[in-house]
Design a protein around this ligand. Sequence first.
Ligand code: NAP
Ligand code: ZN
Length: 358
Amino acid sequence: MTATNAFSARAFGAASPSAPLAPLQIRRREPLATDVQIEILWCGICHSDLHQARDEWKSVMPTVYPCVPGHEIVGRVVKAGRDAKKFREGDMVAVGCMVDSCGTCPSCAAGTEQFCFAPATFTYNGPDKHLGGVTYGGYADSIVVDERFVLRLPKGLDPASAAPLVCAGITTWSPLRHWGVKKGMVVGVVGIGGLGHMAIKFARALGAHVVAFTTTAAKCEAAMRLGAHEVVLSRDADAMTKRVGTLDFMLDTVSAPHDLNPLIACLKIDGTMTLVGAPDQPAPVSAFGLIFGRKRLSGSAIGGIRETQEMLDFCAEHGIAADVEVIRIQQINDAYARLLKGDVRWRFVIDMSSLKNG
Ligand code: NAP
Ligand code: ZN
């Protein structure tokens, strides 16, 4: 850790796994040579924020308190370090789930910084090598980030609806691209929430026939409006039986423990199921379900910085963004309760100007 000057910023965070989120002051470093300081205008609410604010991932990445979540950040550059080349004061930018990585390991060299061997530093609850303690996320009025981890917000994207793209967007875009989703493929999206609604839009834009799997009957029509060609109620055993062996690729975005086996049964021979949802409990998987059909079960984490910029540019070109409900930061605890009930269409985004009101 080097001696670094810091300033005070307003934020909202959790003091313990059971505490409601409340106002607090945090420290941000003064921008170093290649840093930019960003005034945060919008911040999306990801289910990962809730998992971590409540320490639900304690067996894998325990939460350090206070925890200031938020990794779907859009804002304006207000200061740029003397060696910053990509951005200038006034630029509209975005910051997703990572703020640093080693830059030299094979993963970083390949543009997959999320798999940095060091490992990557996450936007919140990661070790802060400048100030000590942990990093603090986007439920704050400002953030200071090395420009390598800052994305350019393309013109034409509405800033509030673009914020979820840097987590929900890239997390679904990356595996769809990795597994070559294209016209002629039948693609299943499991769980229609913040990630799931983006997956439907992307799979449709890539030309696939899209089948949405949901536990919520009330979401069926809305899923079709998002771009699904068909919707299946995943707790209806008859409906699931009809889908056995029909899908080339499935993306599971579900946030809670659930049975993967009937979903894997829906894959064709050589089909792939990718998990992006991160429930706090492991899921039992029958070997037979994979063996008979040579099926693949895989996982994926967000995406690299270059790929995230490509995704943002694709969204601007194709008029794609998240469907959002804008809230004030003072509504954050109610928003978490509603997220747990699946009562959001489809992503909460915080208007961070509300932070000025205490
Ligand atoms: P979300 O908006 O809450 O959506 C999750 C959806 O899962 C719900 O809308 C619901 O869809 C379904 N679901 C919830 N409980 C269920 C249950 N008991 N059984 C079956 N389905 C259930 O959450 P999100 O923000 O999209 O995040 C989804 C997950 O992805 C979270 O675990 C999050 O931490 C993880 N995530 C992972 C990455 C990554 O890099 N891999 C990145 C971001 C987020 P239906 O009502 O349609 O069934
Ligand atoms: Zn997220």
